[in-house]
Write a protein that binds this ligand. Structure first.
Ligand code: FES
Length: 103
């Protein structure tokens, strides 16, 4: 499935990501600056923050309690579409998803 990242400077990076790959790993493979994924996806660092585009938000699986709590400590301001990208996976439903990379 296609994933698009919009960088803080407006540039777009797009990739075809294997189904079920988590979107933090995918960002790292694409060298997206600002998605550090320091904990490797075990939900303890909050350095994989992305803001899901409004058009895609309702299609994302609901966030868990821990993700929700972690989003309160992200370094850039939390927004309504904020998610931790290690908790999202590429899937046919999310084919074409647009993720905004926070400053
Ligand atoms: Fe650490 Fe997502 S990579 S919380």
């Amino acid at each position: 499935p296609k994933v698009h990242w919009i960088l803080p400077n407006g540039d777009r990076v797009s990739d075809d990501v294997n189904e079920n790959s988590n979107l933090m790993d995918a960002a790292q493979m694409n060298g997206i600056a600002g998605i550090d994924g320091e904990c490797g996806g075990c939900l303890s660092c909050a350095t994989c923050h992305v803001v899901v585009d409004d058009a895609w938000l309702a299609l994302c699986p609901p966030m868990g309690e821990v993700e929700n709590a972690m989003l309160d400590i992200v370094s850039s301001p939390r927004q309504s579409g904020s998610r931790l990208s290690c908790q999202l996976a590429a899937s046919p439903v999310l084919d074409g998803i647009v993720l905004h990379v926070p400053q």
